[in-house]
Design a protein around this ligand. Sequence first.
Ligand SMILES: Nc1ncnc2c1ncn2[C@@H]1O[C@H](COP(=O)(O)OP(=O)(O)OP(=O)(O)O)[C@@H](O)[C@H]1O
Ligand SMILES: [Mg+2]
Length: 491
Amino acid sequence: MTVHIDLGRMAGGVPAVMDLEELLATRLLVQGNSGCGKSHLLRRLLEKSAPWVQQVIIDPEGDYVSLADKFGHLVIDASAHSEQGLHLAGDRVRRHRVPVVLDLEGLDLEGQMRRAAAFLGGLFDAEREFWTPVLVVVDEAQLFAPAVAGEVSDEARKASLGAMTNLMCRGRKRGLAGVIATQRLAKLAKNVAAEASNFLMGRTFLDIDMVRAADLLGMERRQAEMFRDLQRGRFMALGPALCRRPQEVAVGEVETVSLGASPKLMPMPEAPAEDARALILTPPEPEQLTARARRLPPPPPPDILAQLAAARPAPILDPPPPTAEETQALRREWEEIVQAMLAEPDAAYRPVNTLYQDMLLRCRIQGLGSKVPDLAGFRNLLALLRAGFGGGMDERPEWPAVQAQAAVLPEDVRGVYLLLARAALESAPCPSDAEIAEVYGSRSLSRARRVLGYIEEQGAIVCRQDLSGRRIVTLMGLGCETAPAEAATLV
Ligand SMILES: Nc1ncnc2c1ncn2[C@@H]1O[C@H](COP(=O)(O)OP(=O)(O)OP(=O)(O)O)[C@@H](O)[C@H]1O
Ligand SMILES: [Mg+2]
């Protein structure tokens, strides 16, 4: 079943639709400066998808409690519950498939992080039979997954960052689909941002943010300036759930009110000054001190757990996990798709995000549905196939050692290491600078030599030349070396 969420309009009035099933598999990242319309966009997405998928909203400012009225979300006032209670609530939310707004307003940052972590942990730790799809929307995601340590305790930061990493990196198998919004990508932990394959980039002013947005969308850097001029409510969209090329989307209206809407200018009241003194400085009545200023629906009943346990639709059971043969067959199908992609001209120089989107599309065309690799898995496969490790490489006896050696190197040079390893294992000639550059995704031969130098500095390889100046690379830890390169290396 394909469900299309109507986000608004693209150029020429064409409807901008989002494929919900694809979104669940490939997650979404929204970036834009304050007031550009991120929360409005999330609200539109939530309203339009509410009939189709269970939703959990991590709401630091109590913006989304108004969804409860119209769509029946349970609002959990996080300040009224312990971390343990929220962990359990998270688990029950999955069991009973209750849509929820976790309202974190009124807590200090540390309290918000700890409680969000506990609740997300409960969602994540649910038993396999309850792994049904949930859209998990996190507004102001940089609060929960900050790029740098702030003033909160290490423990709170680790808990919250861990929960966000789990959501974005390991959530898909468990049915959790992260949708995160942030004012600045630079403030968001990289590993959390990296796992989204769909992007909606709104107005941003800082050069560095514009360039990052352009990079993520695969646009040229000279086009980055356009993000400065985007109007409120307009976003550049890209991703398998949205569109294959960057397109501008004007987000449509919403049905519920945002409690975070910008204050409107209004005439000043005409209160005489003497009343003002009394209005502001009269000592408070006792109940005024304690009553929490809730602005919308009545506070949730005290025992949210009992409420969660109330009758909900029976959970849909997942199909049984695939057998080893099925996994193997799927892997071969993925390999074939990636090989076909790599055979295309210039495939080596396209950004990995673009390739990944292509991969998702091809998987769909092949009828694989949601059986797609995640981004990390895809990068791995790409590195292996670029290095020439085709079908069955993981059955070679040396494979675990190669993998272990590659794993200690930074991700961007692993492909080159694998290329050298394959040549060494087959006693083939050492790859040329051009081959190395291509696997690295660059056209620069000097860059290739620098990468080689870097891997050597890490102690993973040793390069030397034979008497005729042809390079030989020895792989430390594997105890094998390549044959001399076909031509002498120019230095
Ligand atoms: N597409 C839109 N159509 C109409 N109004 C919009 C649209 N997008 C945003 N707005 C309005 O603009 C204001 C700011 O939007 P919003 O609160 O979504 O910004 P934001 O990006 O979430 O900002 P912040 O980062 O400060 O939370 C709100 O009053 C919102 O109702
Ligand atoms: Mg907002």
